[in-house]
Design a protein around this ligand. Structure first.
Ligand code: M6R
Length: 653
């Protein structure tokens, strides 16, 4: 049910940070905040919380603790392991501390710029997620007061500002409040002070912070999953709130100083265990989890389909289960929808492209798909007759959130498809489909893509049924076929060794072209994205019919071309496009169904999938491409789970 944000398989709290400083030496980063205070030893808890968030930011990590009344700060550029090495040598004894893991795209991700940051007299230590838009102005003001800065970050402004106001008020809560009224932007902060050795002050302003309450100990994290191993009593901070946290509880305030009374929520969800489960990488584990993910998503929304005896009942089951799970659209509202608009970024955008084909084909509603960042700077045209769907595994992507907010303001009916029932996206959309993936740790999206596709199939069937466009027998058949897909995916996964061999053969290429038509044009785009982001090999995806309109110029005997060929109306044309590539001596690779003999003699490598119709084929065709990208990256010695320059959720614009 929508609103039950702590109850599903997804855990409380959200995501990481984005910080953007303008101009020269600009820094953008997406990071994680943690905190602990209680009777236990703070450092191991902080490190374990940071470990849960490290997959979201891995350029540097740091801690601030209070040891024997003094502030101690330890930080290290690089992965958390570097900080842990330092801690092995000199681990502080402390019962209170805050920590941070950082991700930077510009500027040196060095020790100096790592969080926490302090003021000159070390009255406060600050870790920060978000954007202080007016940091230059504030920095100049503080410099004029004779205050010296030691890093390039905007975070340091916060430390000096809080310290300055503390000097005036001698009251940390007041100082924090005064400081936040000066800050522009969106941010989350955790503040530690040796003057208040028994508490942590934390601020959330349009970001994410979750407090966890245990027995005589309290926790803090920018993503609830870091806190959840310790307690199921969770309090998510709302948009502009300050929390004063002690080991025995908390006080919550609005920015204007009013105390806010809000009780924690008991998280009923399962605990996420973040481990590789015997796989070499999270990515390989997540690719292999896709049949399970699909089964779980289908089991949630189509509980009875494995025994399709009563067609009428099945129809009711999907309608009911989607309604129970978060769809409020009534039959009347569906009739009134004259346009669907999908907004998303990256891999979620490609799932939305498949979604467009599915919705137009099943529900017969014209559907547009927009890259969310392309909506910036222009007006999003939508109205109360539009269904706007935002797709985002994290539910925290800044551009996607901005687009869906604009759609909402325009009066659109909004629907979120996300893997995080506790995300911003889930909070702001009227309707919600939560995908059943568990946490996706690897930065590259794989299983969430499959689950997003499944959501579009279910949504398409649902809308078509409600509009009376899908005869019960056809609907039942479709649902039944969906249930066959996980087994077929398992068959593809069983050919991993063949795909690994193919990846080894082509991984020295400098450029790889992927092409497909119709339902598999987005698959080509996703295949290219996976290869690029994992192996750093340049790759492009094309609508196969577009090849001759330009991209064919890049083809020669050094360029592998991957064609997706699935039985259906575009098969012959796709094969013709492949032959155009062959005529340019390209290295020919196909993703094709098992009984396709036409490919023999044309392609030097064929990655086989079970026989499937083009309509459901995107649920299969992407798997060989994911594995191909994984094995190519692995062969090239790349960091497949944490590729360079990427972050798991992109909270900058
Ligand atoms: O969290 P979101 O689904 O909104 O993220 C969108 C993109 O940032 C994401 O899909 C990105 O392209 C991944 N690196 C793809 O593997």
């Amino acid at each position: 049910m929508k609103g039950d944000h702590f109850g599903g398989r997804n855990e409380a709290g959200t995501s990481e940070e984005a910080e953007e400083a303008e101009g020269d030496g600009a820094i953008k980063k997406m990071c994680g905040i943690v905190g602990y205070l209680g009777s236990g030893s703070a450092v191991p808890v902080l490190v374990s919380e940071l470990r849960s968030l490290e997959y979201r930011g891995y350029d540097s990590a740091g801690l601030a603790v209070i040891e024997q009344g003094n502030l101690r700060i330890l930080k290290a550029a690089g992965k958390l392991a570097n900080l842990e090495t330092i801690l092995k040598e000199k681990s502080p004894i402390a019962q209170v501390g805050i920590g941070h893991t950082r991700w930077a795209t510009h500027g040196e991700p060095n020790d100096t710029n790592a969080h926490p940051h302090t003021d000159e007299s070390k009255v406060v230590a600050v870790v920060h997620n978000g954007i202080i838009e007016n940091y230059r102005e504030l920095k100049n003001e503080l410099l004029d007061k004779g205050i010296n800065f030691s890093s390039d970050t905007d975070t340091e402004v916060v430390a000096h500002l809080v310290s300055y106001y503390y000097g005036q008020t001698k009251d940390m809560l007041k100082a924090v409040r005064k400081a936040v009224t000066r800050l522009k932007g969106i941010y989350a902060l955790a503040i530690l002070s040796p003057e208040y050795p028994d508490r942590i002050f934390a601020v959330n302003h349009h970001y994410s912070l979750t407090v966890g309450l245990g027995e005589n100990e309290s926790f803090l994290a920018s993503d609830g999953l870091a806190v959840r191993p310790y307690t199921n009593q969770l309090l998510r901070l709302e948009q502009s709130e300050i929390v004063e946290l002690t080991s025995s509880g908390y006080k919550l305030y609005s920015f204007d100083g009013e105390e806010v009374k809000r009780a924690p929520i008991t998280s009923e969800g399962n605990l996420y265990v973040i481990d590789k489960g015997g796989y070499k990488h999270f990515l390989l584990k997540e690719i292999n989890e896709q049949p399970t993910v699909l089964r779980q998503t289908l089991a949630k929304y189509l509980p009875d389909v494995q025994k399709p005896v009563n067609l009428k009942k099945e129809r009711t089951d999907l309608v009911n289960s989607l309604h129970t799970a978060g769809i409020t659209l009534t039959k009347e509202q569906i009739k009134n929808i004259d346009r669907i608009q999908i907004v998303a970024c990256g891999t979620a955008f490609y799932s939305g492209m498949v979604g467009k084909y599915i919705l137009e084909s099943l529900a017969q509603i014209p559907t547009d798909i927009e890259i969310a960042s392309e909506i910036r700077g222009r007006k999003l045209l939508s109205n109360e007759r539009t269904l706007t769907i935002a797709v985002s595994q994290s539910g925290e992507t800044a551009d996607t959130l901005a687009a869906i907010k604009e759609a909402k303001e325009n009066g659109s009916h909004t629907l979120g498809i996300t893997n995080r029932a506790d995300s911003h996206l889930a909070h702001i959309t009227t309707d919600l489909i939560t995908t059943e993936c568990g946490i996706e740790v690897s930065v590259a999206a794989t299983k969430t893509y499959i689950a997003q596709l499944a959501s579009f199939y279910l949504l398409g069937i649902y809308l078509a049924e409600e509009k009376g466009l899908l005869p019960p027998e056809k609907a039942a058949q479709l649902k039944h076929e969906l249930y066959l897909i996980p087994t077929w995916q398992e068959k593809i996964l069983a050919t991993s060794e063949d795909i690994r061999q193919a990846a080894l053969k082509y991984c020295s290429a400098k450029d790889v072209v992927f092409m497909g038509r119709g339902f598999n044009y987005p698959t080509a785009l996703e295949g290219a994205l996976k290869l690029k982001e994992l192996s750093y090999i340049h790759a492009s995806g094309y609508a196969a019919g577009e090849l001759k309109h330009g991209p064919i110029a890049v083809l020669d005997e050094n360029v592998p071309v991957v064609t997706i060929l699935v039985p259906g109306v575009v098969y012959d044309k796709s094969l013709s496009n492949a032959l155009e590539a062959k005529a340019r001596q390209a290295k020919m690779i196909a993703v094709a169904v098992e009984d396709d003999d036409k490919v023999n003699g044309i392609f030097e490598t064929v990655m086989r999938i079970p026989v499937v119709d083009e309509f459901l084929s995107p649920l299969l065709t992407v798997l060989p491409l994911q594995l191909f990208a994984y094995y190519a990256a692995e062969a090239l010695g790349k960091d497949v789970d944490q590729p360079r320059n990427l972050a798991k959720s992109v909270t900058v614009e």
